[in-house]
Design a protein around this ligand. Structure first.
Ligand SMILES: Cc1cc2nc3c(=O)[nH]c(=O)nc-3n(C[C@H](O)[C@H](O)[C@H](O)COP(=O)(O)O)c2cc1C
Length: 393
C-alpha cells in the first residue's frame, strides 16, 4: 500500500472525485472555523509519556453497549458514502465488520438499510433524521428494528440547513442537479464517472435515497426534495422521548455539545451520547467537540458512554479523546477517503492504520491498556488561555 496515513487517502480522493463531491465531503461550512477548530483542539494537546512501563501486552479492545469492539472507534454516518464508490455503504460496512467495530448507516444512504444488513452484517447502527412527517420517520425506525440494527443514532444538530457556500458555487446539491459546470466536473474525472456513476446507471439506475419511503424517494438528479423530506426545525426533547418508547434497543443521541443537553438526553432515555459538531458542517462558530467533552463527561458521571467525533485523523487523537473521558470515538471522512480510493480494501486499510497508530501511541506513552489512559497523559500548550494542563482538562 502506498498510503501511509489518512491524509494520503484524502489527497488521492481529491484527485479521483469530482471537485463538487470532494468538497462536499472534505469541507465545513461558511468560513470553516469549526472545521479548523476541531483539528486545532487536538493539536493544542500534547502527550506526556511514561517510561519503563511494560507495554508488550498492548490491547485496545473494549466493551461498549454490551458488544466487544476491537478498538474504541465506530464509523460515523455519512449520507454521501454511496457516491464515493459503487454501493459504498456496503463496502464501508464490510470494512467495519472486518475491523470488528460498528458501522452507522445514514438516513440518507444510497443503499437501503436492509441491503447493507444482508450483504455486510457486523455491528450495525442506524442514524435517524426526524422528518416533519413523524410517521415516515417511525416507519424507518421499525425497519431498522426488523433488519436487526443494534442501535439507533438520532442526530440532533441539524435544526436548520447549514450554509455551505462552496456547494452553491460548485452547483453541488443533494439531490444532484446537472449543470454545465458539474457535467464538466464529472467528465474531468472519468474514473469516477465510469466506475461509480455509469455503474449505477447500468444496474440500479441513478442513485437515490434508498431508505426513503417510495412516495418520498427521489432520484439524485431530481429537483430538490419537497417540504416533507426536509429535516424539521420544531423538534423538542419530547420527540426523543417518543422515539425511546418505540425503539427497544440502544438509543444514542448525536450532536451534543452542552452538558445540559447531555443530561436532557439521558433523562429522555438515551443510552449513549455523541459529542459532535457534525464534523464542522453545521454551526461554523461551534465549540470543538474536544473542548466540550470534559464538562459533558463530568455531568454524565459515567452513567452512559460518551462518544466523540470531529477530526479524528490519527491514533494519537483517539488517545487524547479517551484521556479527556470519551469512551470511544467515531470517524466520518477518513473511511470515506479510503472507500473513494479503493472501495472496501481502502476503508479496511484506513481502519487498520488508525488501530495500529492507536496501539503504537499507547506503547509510546506507556499506557498498554485503555483503562490507563486518563488526563495524566495530557499537557495543554494553551496554558491559562485554554483548558488547564493535567487533570483539570
Ligand atoms: C460527507 C458527510 C456526510 C455526513 N452525513 C451525515 C448524516 O447523514 N448524518 C449525520 O448524523 N452525520 C453526518 N455527517 C457527520 C458525521 O457523522 C460525523 O459527525 C463527522 O463526519 C465527524 O467528523 P470527521 O469527518 O472529521 O470524522 C456527515 C459527514 C460527512 C463528512
Amino acid at each position: 500500500m502506498h498510503y501511509l496515513n489518512i491524509d494520503d487517502y484524502r489527497q488521492r480522493a481529491k484527485k479521483k472525485l469530482p471537485r463538487g463531491l470532494f468538497e462536499f465531503v472534505h469541507r465545513g461550512t461558511e468560513d470553516e472555523l469549526a472545521l479548523r477548530n476541531n483539528r486545532a483542539a487536538f493539536e493544542r494537546l500534547q502527550l506526556v509519556p511514561r517510561t519503563l512501563v511494560d507495554v508488550s501486552g498492548r490491547e485496545a479492545g473494549v466493551e461498549i453497549f454490551g458488544k466487544r469492539w476491537s478498538f474504541p472507534l465506530a464509523v460515523a454516518p455519512t449520507g454521501a458514502a454511496g457516491l464515493m464508490w459503487y454501493q459504498g455503504e456496503v463496502a464501508l460496512a464490510k470494512a467495519a465488520a472486518a475491523a470488528g467495530i460498528p458501522f452507522t448507516v445514514a438516513t440518507g444512504s444510497l443503499t437501503s438499510m436492509e441491503r447493507v444488513a444482508e450483504e455486510a452484517g457486523g455491528n450495525l447502527w442506524f442514524q435517524l433524521y426526524i422528518w416533519p412527517d413523524k410517521r415516515a420517520s417511525y416507519a424507518l425506525v421499525e425497519r431498522a428494528e426488523r433488519a436487526g440494527y443494534e442501535a439507533l443514532v438520532v442526530t440532533m444538530d441539524t435544526a436548520v440547513t447549514s450554509n455551505r457556500e462552496y456547494n452553491v458555487r460548485n452547483g453541488f446539491t443533494i439531490p444532484f442537479r446537472f449543470s454545465w459546470k458539474n457535467i464538466l466536473d464529472v467528465v474531468r474525472h472519468p474514473g469516477w464517472m465510469l466506475t461509480v456513476l455509469a455503474r449505477y446507471m447500468l444496474t440500479t439506475g441513478m442513485p437515490q435515497y434508498e431508505n426513503y419511503p417510495a412516495e418520498m424517494r427521489s432520484s439524485i438528479t431530481a429537483q430538490p426534495m419537497g417540504k416533507a423530506m426536509k429535516k424539521t426545525d420544531s423538534l423538542t426533547w419530547d420527540d426523543l422521548k417518543q422515539l425511546r418508547e418505540i425503539w427497544p434497543r440502544t438509543l444514542i443521541v448525536k450532536g451534543i455539545l452542552d452538558p445540559q443537553d447531555a443530561l436532557a438526553a439521558m433523562e429522555a432515555g438515551a443510552d449513549g451520547i455523541i459529542v459532535s459538531n457534525h464534523g464542522g458542517r453545521m454551526l461554523d462558530c461551534s465549540i470543538a467537540p474536544l473542548h466540550a467533552l470534559p464538562a459533558i463527561v463530568q455531568a454524565v458521571k459515567g452513567r452512559v458512554p460518551v462518544l466523540l467525533d470531529g477530526h479524528i485523523r490519527r491514533g494519537s487523537d483517539i488517545v487524547k479523546a479517551l484521556a479527556l473521558g470519551a469512551t470511544a470515538v467515531l470517524a466520518g471522512r477518513p473511511t470515506l477517503y479510503g472507500v473513494a480510493v479503493a472501495g472496501e480494501q481502502g476503508a479496511r486499510h484506513v481502519l487498520k492504520l488508525l488501530h495500529e497508530e492507536l496501539l503504537r501511541v499507547m506503547g509510546l506513552v506507556g499506557r498498554p491498556k485503555l483503562s490507563a489512559i486518563d488526563a495524566s497523559c495530557l499537557f495543554s500548550v494553551d496554558g491559562h488561555s485554554g483548558p488547564s494542563p493535567r487533570g483539570n482538562l
